[in-house]
Design a protein around this ligand. Sequence first.
Ligand code: APR
Ligand code: PHB
Length: 386
Amino acid sequence: MRTQVVIIGAGPAGLLLGHLLHRAGIEAVILEQRGPDYVLGRVRAGVLEAGTRDLLNKIGLGTRMEVEGLVHDGVEIAFDDTRLRFDFRDLVGRAVMIYGQTEVTRDLMDARAGFGGRTIYDADSVTPHDFDGPKPYVTYHQNGITHHLDCDFIAGCDGYHGPSRQAVPAASISSFERTYPFGWLGVLVEKPPVAPELIYASHQNGFALCSMRSPTRSRYYVQCGLDEDVGAWSDERFWEELRRRIGAEAADNLQTGPSIEKSIAPLRSFVAEPLRFGRLFLAGDAAHIVPPTGAKGLNLAVSDVSILAAGLTEFYADHSAAGIDHYSAHALRRIWQAERFSWWMTTMLHRFPDMSTFERRLQRAEFDLLRDSRPAAQAMAAVYTG
Ligand code: APR
Ligand code: PHB
């Protein structure tokens, strides 16, 4: 079997790349190791930058988002007992769209089914081959049979643990990484959100976030230890800790209920360089991870694949390799900006083990700078809204 581009991974990065290539008349096959229900079952962040929203609308994928999504003109940041609202419209003339990553993925899957794009689910042992030469191919197993897929290019959109990055010889790739000594315990609940906009909160006990999926469904997080067991967090314990961290006024408005999902996720910053190895490209979580503070993960995946799709389109339409040659450098500039922002927001708002009172004062100074300096608030708002 042969196709122009093999995309490994049917997460948002792979599906969006498939969509952009289809629009450019380029055929792609997506190989995914799990089933569609598994892919849709993952609970992920839900903040779309203005540029992500614009792109989805431009390519005809924004209909449901514009009806069901919530446009947020600002965000709140609380530090101990001080709670501030940052008005994105006033600061930078932009807004964000609250629309779950699961919903974006569902819209992409529906669109792919609509144009008859091929996605091979439950593909085992997916392996990229010969990408350093002119004739790359990908093998995979399904139902006991080994399949061989010839192609011009391979796009590794297979997340942090996927096979694409691992197929690159160690001497050809560098990675840059920071792990954080804490995680986020997240709870999804069928109750209206505590406030109309997101609240990021920094408290002596640690970070907390009040987010939402819809006017009736909320998503909350508290910072927790990495080795903590989710089973040790009853709903009551979670609500009590959240109330403590978000300040009295928000705590009074909090509507609690039985959790419909509860999980712990570690925080990590990671970047691989470069993002191109001959005819293999890395995009999305396969190439980089950001801690969720700032909600950049999905937005970065969108920016990677937009740049990659433009380069591949130029290759096929104009017989020019300029776009794909520039992909890595171009995408990495944006990636490092998002890494910086996510690291900065994480560092400003979390409690680090053995943190001194000096460091807590520095966190407070960062917060006060956002409050007192319009240019500082504008810089934050510009990056947050994308
Ligand atoms: N073979 C085929 N597919 C694979 C393999 C494999 N061996 N390993 C992983 N995959 C698939 C995963 O099952 C998943 O569906 O690759 C897909 C990767 O999807 P995501 O992890 O969602 O990554 P990406 O599409 O880059 O999306 C980035 O997702 O993790 C969040 O914070 C991140 O929001 C960001 C977004
Ligand atoms: C979420 O809604 O899950 C969410 C929102 C904002 C973040 C991270 C996660 O920064």
